[in-house]
Structures are given as structure tokens and as C-alpha cells.
Write a new protein. Sequence first.
Length: 120
Amino acid sequence: MLPGVVEVRDQTGAWDAVGQTRALVLSDGGTVKETLTVVDPPRFAYDLSTFTGFFGHLVASGRSEWRVDPEREGSSIAWTYTFTAKPGWGLVVAAILRLAWAPYMRRVLPAIAASTTPRA
């Protein structure tokens, strides 16, 4: 139900400094712009804007925050998203998030973790 990220375009920098941006291309043909707002390990955050495609009709903006803490057998990851729905779409966005977002995140997080190289 939720489109996945299929490509990253126009990334400014190494994605490790506040203010850097990139565009994500989604599997439904839509795009979203990410802008890093916090880079303070073990925490980082980015704002989401300029949604197109399916979410472009429903969502005005978003924010994602990550916290990655080392543990004995790997890492603990807290990943939160907040979306601001466009007027009149709040209940629809809430329903989509309630029904589909958590399963989607559980499905994509292992691939994200596997593609991430730990920093020293």
C-alpha cells in the first residue's frame, strides 16, 4: 500500500551535515525532499517536504527522527515519523499510518540497516 524508495537523487554532500538535501523517488513515481535538521550522534533528524504522487495529495510535510544506540548484540533503533496532513485529509492519513506504516517500517528497516556502514 505504501510506496517504497527506489532511488535517491540530487543529494548534497555525504548526508552527514545539517542543511543537506536529497530527493527520494518512490515506487509509485512520486518524490519527496529530505532536509537534514539534526546530526548529533546517536540522533539525527530530517524534514520531509515537496511530496508528489500519492502522498502529495494527502500530506503537506513530515519529520523523521532516528536514534541509534549500541547494544551487546547490535544496535537499538528508535525511528519516529510525524506527518502533517493537508486540510481535510487528517483522518485518511491517520488511517494509512495506523494500518500500514508500522508493518512497512518493519519490512524496510533490515535492508536500511544492512546498507549502513557503522562509523568509528
